[in-house]
Design a binder for this molecule. Structure first.
Ligand SMILES: Cc1ncc(COP(=O)(O)O)c(C=O)c1O
Length: 353
């Protein structure tokens, strides 16, 4: 496989002279800062947020680097991993010219960002066992294919993609393979982060929104070669991660034990919820999950969705999604929430056909 990053980056991005922010031009300490047109008087809060934050989030990256054993130069932080997805498409895909490949059913934002950026989208659906269609992918890849988005564990199906299949694509595709690992902490399968040294065409996405319990702070991680990270840094908004987010995430990164115990609890509840759902008459199938949700096939998805909604319980109706016909996607809740859900489903009458 001949990987040449230079051939993949859009010409306008290669030529781009990035914005030079005040805090990137001067990042040392000083007595008086009069360079960024901030409000020198303070903030209408007990704690002040009047100064622009570190544009490269060095402290946060230092901690992430030691936890993930990935060098800081191989990390880019985004306003949620959604921002990372958008940056990747904008860095590598010329509108109406280059294309990306996705494998539905999968996370919806790859498609949305392709459309926003006017980038053609090719779809190679997963096989009925929710694994990659390698032959289909081989046929779909053309000279203009820049990115392939793989989601593992996959949303909404919940399964991990086979590692050996991901490697086949990494070994044969001359563009960039993005492996979205938003749910990796709940998975039995190891992260592809370990493969970054071997594959210059690999980008791994992770997020603080799931296992870390910080969805509201909006922090996503991109791991890749320093050459790819440099390209993304050129185009990201200068202060894309707020100071408050950086501060709070730094605190969270010291609380790894709490995160790990939440992961253990969620995985235990996933197992228990799955077992309890099996005995409910309206439940037809529970797909095996490596994530913090279950894809559950039920006899009357729309009816059950509306029934649960009327009882104040909101699940995701995926019954109109390809290969998810009849399915609801149910996030694993607290023990009490899961028990309430099971009780409600037990009371739902089996429709007579
Ligand atoms: C597979 C996948 N990737 C990315 C995201 C977005 O994560 P973030 O909150 O970091 O933008 C989600 C959110 O549900 C997701 O399911």
């Amino acid at each position: 496989m001949n990987f040449d990053l230079n051939k993949l980056v859009r010409e306008n991005i290669k030529k781009l002279k990035p914005y030079s922010s005040a805090r990137s031009e001067y990042s040392g300490s000083a007595d008086i800062f009069l360079d960024a047109n901030e409000n020198s008087l303070g903030s209408p809060l007990k704690k002040w947020y009047n100064r622009y934050p570190d544009p490269l989030q060095k402290e946060v990256k230092k901690k992430i680097s030691s936890i993930k054993t990935v060098a800081e130069e191989n990390i880019l932080l985004g306003n949620g991993s959604d921002e990372c997805i958008d940056l990747l498409i904008r860095a590598f895909c010329d509108p109406l010219q280059d294309n990306i490949i996705i494998c539905p059913p999968t996370y919806g934002m790859y498609e949305v960002y392709a459309h926003i950026n006017n980038v053609p989208l090719k779809e190679v659906p997963l096989l009925p066992n929710y694994q990659l269609n390698l032959e289909g992918l081989e046929n779909a890849i053309d000279g203009q294919t820049k990115l392939i988005f793989l989601c593992s564990p996959n949303n909404p199906t919940g399964n991990s993609l086979l590692h050996e299949d991901i490697e086949v694509i990494l070994n044969n595709f001359e563009g960039i393979v993005v492996v979205d690992e938003a749910y990796i902490n709940y998975s039995r399968q190891r992260s592809t982060i370990a493969d970054l040294k071997e594959y210059p065409n690999l980008v791994v996405l992770q997020t603080f929104s799931k296992a870390w319990g910080l969805a509201s702070l909006r922090l996503g991680m991109t791991f890749a070669s320093s050459a790819i990270i440099d390209v993304l840094n050129k185009i990201k908004p200068p202060y894309n991660i707020s100071g408050a987010t950086q501060e709070l995430v730094l605190q969270a990164l010291d609380n790894l034990a709490d995160v790990n115990s939440m992961i253990v609890e969620t995985v235990k509840e996933r197992q228990r919820l799955g077992e309890e759902l099996t005995s409910i008459p309206v439940v037809e199938k529970i797909h095996p999950s490596d994530a913090n949700f279950l894809l559950v096939k039920v006899v009357d998805p729309n009816g059950i969705y509306n029934y649960l909604k009327s009882k104040g319980v909101i699940v995701r109706n995926r019954s109109n999604v390809l290969l998810c016909e009849g399915c609801l996607r149910i996030t694993v809740g607290t023990e009490k929430e899961n028990r309430d859900l099971v009780q409600l489903l037990q009371q739902y009458p089996v429709p007579v056909s």
